[in-house]
Design a protein around this ligand. Structure first.
Ligand SMILES: Nc1ncnc2c1ncn2[C@@H]1O[C@H](COP(=O)(O)OP(=O)(O)OP(=O)(O)O)[C@@H](O)[C@H]1O
Ligand SMILES: [Mg+2]
Length: 232
């Protein structure tokens, strides 16, 4: 369970998050939506303790995360921009993360699923953008975490990898996990998400199901419903 209360975040004079409140009290896929620069990545990083809010409180499974770190072990994170030392090979990077966590996880299975076997001995600097993203997906999903935070997970993926990613997300969902995902691809939201959390002007403008959103905006498809909220 995730409870976010009265979160405020400023970068200098820029007030990115003004008053964010939402609760996730069941497993499933929750899509965090909003225009570029609306604060989605900032909000997700606050959940991870990577950005500190100016005000507000976050509770995970009833416990205030302020000043603590052990809770992060139960969160898998796929960052929007992942940075690792470029001279490491894929194999070395996976091993480094396994060593830090002191467990093997299901890396081998995921490497196979995303067709990465032939890239294991390649340096990160040699990989294409989409292949890098596949490596990031392996790193994010290799350990069993009750919460998954996926920031633009589809970036650069080809259709085959996209299908595998959707399979992975569906199977995590079936395993009772909370999956928070940001994306600008509305078809992905329509396919996967049970709930939308829509950020606008530093606040949660809407939280609810796709059906509720359709009814509120009187629009049939998600793209138009979101556009209707942006211009309202
Ligand atoms: N470390 C930082 N220092 C200063 N400003 C920042 C910092 N991080 C983010 N911002 C600003 O905060 C705002 C929100 O950024 P954020 O990355 O959270 O947006 P986003 O909703 O994830 O956007 P996108 O859809 O492009 O990924 C932007 O105006 C950004 O420039
Ligand atoms: Mg972002």
């Amino acid at each position: 369970m995730i409870e976010v209360s009265n979160i405020q975040k400023k970068f200098g004079k820029l007030e990115v998050l003004k008053d964010i409140n939402f609760t996730i009290d069941r497993p499933g896929v929750f899509a965090v939506l909003g225009h570029n620069g609306s604060g989605k990545t900032t909000m997700l990083k606050i959940l991870l303790g990577m950005v500190l809010p100016n005000q507000g409180q976050i509770k995970i499974d009833g416990k205030d995360i302020g000043g603590t770190w052990a809770y992060r072990k139960q969160i898998a994170y796929l960052p929007q921009i992942a940075r690792f030392p470029e001279n490491l090979t894929v194999k070395e990077l996976i091993k480094m993360i396994q060593d830090i966590r002191n467990e093997k996880g299901k890396a081998d299975q995921l490497v196979c699923q995303f067709g990465l076997n032939k890239f294991l001995d390649k340096k990160l600097s040699e990989l294409s953008g989409g292949t890098r993203q596949k490596v990031n997906i392996v790193l994010a999903f290799m350990f069993d975490s009750s919460i998954c935070i996926l920031d633009e997970p589809t970036a650069g993926l080809d259709p085959v990898a996209l299908i595998e990613l959707k399979r992975l997300i569906e199977s995590e969902k079936r395993n009772g996990k909370i999956i928070l995902i940001t994306t600008h691809i509305m078809s992905l939201v329509e396919e996967l998400a049970e709930e939308i959390i829509f950020l606008l002007d530093g606040k949660i403008h809407f939280q609810g199901s796709l059906d509720q959103l359709g009814k509120e905006t009187e629009e049939d498809d998600l793209e138009h419903a979101i556009a209707a909220m942006l211009v309202a």
